[in-house]
Ligand binder design. Structure first.
Ligand code: NAI
Length: 342
């Protein structure tokens, strides 16, 4: 099995399992915000991937040491450091994949939307540089609020004339990882077998785990559905409160982002059986952006699995209706921010 020695394969999510074609490609990857709480462990996991030829680490500070440290790991990826906006273009030149965990995280009492004022500007600046230096790259956005930062990125790419909606992703993998973990614990299932699609967005009630579509098939009481849904929606806050001011999820986020990045690279490499949930431009609802399962391919999103929205329970249907209002507002906020700055 190619890939990383952690559970990064998304085959279980697809139901279908096919042997990957032996890959021949390796990729150039840039991590923007690489010296941060997520950036460091994420960069370590990416350094372990045999699909990576070059790993470029960018941050506004402290990134030289991270790169020096990682460069001693005897895995093939070549690691280099880029500090400050003067080196951003070089960090991005012709990369295949850009992963963005730059920005400030939550402290207790904050919502993801409270981060908007700082992170919106950071994402805008970084995406402008991606547009100029790596217009064909797949872009994985981790910086919160993802519900707004992805629409901001889309507007910036449009203004630069290089927007390809198939290549822009908000990373919601952590919601799937959490849902899988909590459901497996609750139902005494083997973790590796469990997959719960999570749709909507990435904040509070916009995070909607489709427990009725859990694989393997499993029955939940209405009380279990309510309890698990609320726990999955608030799992980020569980970590924020436990860290008591020292930030939000970093290690589980790094794990989730590495899984998503590995899936992107496997798809670029020609594996035809790669499925992940992600927040993307989408027509599955009347909103312009929505997270569902997507099939990844050589050009990014190959297929949006609209089937996720069919056959929902009453609880899930109501939750979709309820989340749309908040998600719509977050999308509009992002679009307005980007247009105002243009
Ligand atoms: P952190 O504060 O530990 O690290 C952020 C890094 O970004 C720092 O190294 C900082 O120097 C860097 N940075 C700030 N401005 C920058 C700029 N203009 N260019 C490049 N780098 C810049 O924060 P942490 O914990 O790593 O979180 C990062 C982001 O990820 C936050 O917005 C957080 O809310 C988000 N997040 C997203 C999750 C998701 O599921 N999508 C889950 C957890 C966190």
């Amino acid at each position: 099995v190619r890939g990383m020695p952690v559970q990064v394969r998304a085959d279980a999510s697809a139901g279908a399992v096919a042997a990957p074609k032996p890959g021949t490609s390796t990729f150039k990857v840039a991590v923007l915000g690489a010296a941060g709480g997520i950036g460091q462990p994420l960069s370590l996991l990416i350094k372990m991937s045999p699909l990576v030829q070059e790993l470029r680490l960018y941050d506004i500070a402290n990134v030289k040491g991270v790169a020096a440290d990682l460069s001693h790991c005897n895995t093939p990826a070549h690691v280099s450091a880029y500090t400050g906006s003067g080196e951003l273009a070089a960090a991005l030149k012709d990369v295949d994949l850009v992963i963005i965990p730059a920005g400030v995280p939550r402290k207790p009492g904050m919502t993801r939307d409270d981060l908007f004022n700082i992170n919106a500007g950071i994402v805008r600046t970084l995406i402008e540089a991606v547009a100029d230096n790596a217009p064909n790259a797949l872009i994985n956005i981790i910086s919160n609020p993802v519900n707004s930062t992805v629409p901001i990125a889309a507007e910036v790419l449009k203004a630069k004339g290089v927007y390809d909606p198939k290549k822009l992703f908000g990373v919601t993998t952590l919601d799937v990882v959490r849902a899988n973990t909590f459901v497996a614990q609750k139902k005494n299932l083997r973790l590796i077998d469990v997959n719960v699609p999570v749709i909507g967005g990435h904040a509070g009630v916009t995070i909607l785990p489709l427990l009725s579509k859990t694989r393997p098939t499993v029955e939940f009481t209405p009380e279990e559905v309510e309890e698990l849904t609320v726990r999955i929606q608030n799992a980020g806050t569980e970590v924020v409160e436990a860290k008591a001011g020292a930030g939000s999820a970093t290690l589980s986020m790094a794990y989730a982002a590495a899984r998503f990045a590995e899936s992107c690279m496997r798809a670029l490499d020609g594996d035809s059986d790669v499925y992940e949930c992600a927040y993307i431009q989408s027509e599955v609802t009347d909103l312009p952006f929505f997270a569902t399962t997507v099939k990844l391919g050589k050009k990014g999103v190959e297929e949006v699995i609209a089937e996720d929205l069919n056959g929902l329970t009453e609880y899930e249907k109501n939750a979709v209706d309820a989340l749309k209002q908040e998600l719509k507002g977050s999308i509009e906020k992002g679009v307005q921010f980007a247009k105002k700055q243009a």
